[in-house]
Design a protein around this ligand. Structure first.
Ligand code: NAD
Length: 334
């Protein structure tokens, strides 16, 4: 079986190489991300592996299909970058990694809250400049706060579990709340209620048409003044321009994001010598009460091992003509 790996990252290559050796599968490592112009690079391969910011739209999928690709597997939990209907029409099977380490993202989320809420990043920078002053570094304690968790699936549930150790009041909102969450959090019936009462609001719903710009100007206007917003899910959940306005008028008191709606043209590469043309992103970086990380919440050794293990399970099932355990679910009609 011949498999092309789009968007290969150096950090994952040792894990991929070891798994390919064990499975006797031949991998072709490609640096570019998948889009309609790079899709022909996969001609002659049976399967392709993609990542979060590859573009698996109809145009890309048509070129993959005409080159003989019959399986597309994303090395991620999110699959919003894939045109499900086009893949189905073209006979391309789809696989993903539903759960590689919810803990990795949940722990990172808590890390962002503590870092920004206690100004740890600023304290670190000051000490490195031999500035040992404490002015401006006064933080808050989580036990005094109400934390809203929006989406309590695999990751949101882990966030709730971790938060429960801090003694804060936890509110949770999900279309289908799990029993485990109801034991640790107060489940509210609407996102409006969650937005109204949360001092800190962390997003863990997937990006879908119904959740695109879930946090827009109207939603922000219903939140507490000085709300602390965290997004480690997908950038498209937040209308970034509205967030910039809300930072300027102090509606948002803290913003911590690991994902950004236009991240595809920025993240995962060293752009330190480039001119950043995205003014909204550049403006975000000027706020002292904003932390941006480059989609790294998933990045642990545990997660990388699990991503590769599940991806190879899909490849082996496909090669053996078996049904895929981790096939991408059909989108809901919402
Ligand atoms: P999941 O499918 O287990 O959970 C999502 C939850 O959201 C479900 O419980 C679902 O009922 C709920 N939900 C869906 N739509 C909703 C809505 N409109 N309102 C309220 N609840 C809604 O997914 P997960 O594994 O917890 O991952 C969540 C997201 O995190 C993924 O979709 C992915 O985009 C993102 N993610 C980011 C990283 C990263 O590195 N930053 C890594 C992994 C996953």
């Amino acid at each position: 079986m011949k498999v092309a790996v789009f968007n290969t990252k150096r950090f994952e290559k040792p894990f991929l190489e070891a798994a390919a050796r064990d499975a006797g599968i031949s991998l072709t490592y490609l640096e570019p991300r998948l889009d309609a112009t790079t899709a022909p690079l996969a001609a002659g391969h049976d399967a392709v592996l993609i990542f979060v910011n590859d573009v698996a739209d109809r145009a890309s999928l048509e070129k993959l299909a005409s080159g003989g690709v019959r399986l597309l597997a994303t090395r991620s939990a999110g699959f919003n970058q894939i045109d499900f209907s086009a893949a189905r029409e073209l006979g391309i099977s789809l696989a993903y990694v539903p759960e590689y380490s919810p803990n990795a993202v949940a722990e990172f989320t808590i890390g962002l809250i503590l870092t920004l809420g206690r100004h740890i990043h600023e304290g670190h920078n000051r000490v490195r400049r031999a500035d040992f002053s404490l002015e401006g570094l006064c933080g808050f304690e989580l036990r005094d706060k109400t934390v809203g968790v929006c989406g309590t699936g695999r990751i949101g549930t882990e966030v709730v579990k971790l938060l429960s150790g801090f003694g804060c009041r936890i509110l949770a909102y999900d279309d289908a709340p799990s029993e485990e969450v109801t034991l640790l959090a107060s489940c509210v019936d609407s996102k409006e209620e969650l937005f109204r009462y949360s001092d800190i609001l962390t997003l863990h719903v997937p990006l879908m048409p119904s959740t695109y710009h879930l946090i827009d100007a109207a939603a922000l206007s219903t939140m507490k003044d000085g709300v602390f917003l965290i997004n480690t899910s997908r950038g498209g959940l937040i209308d970034t321009r509205a967030a910039v306005d809300a930072l300027k008028n102090r509606k948002i008191g803290f913003l911590a994001i690991d994902v950004y709606e236009e991240e595809a043209s920025l993240f995962f590469e060293n752009r330190s010598s480039d001119i950043i043309a995205d003014d909204t992103f550049a403006r975000l970086l000027t706020f002292p009460n904003v932390i941006v990380t480059g989609h790294q919440a998933f990045l642990t050794d545990h997660a990388l091992r699990n991503i590769v293990e599940t991806t190879f399970q899909s490849l082996k099932e496909f090669a053996g003509g078996k049904p895929l355990t981790h096939s991408v679910p059909a989108p809901s009609l919402e």
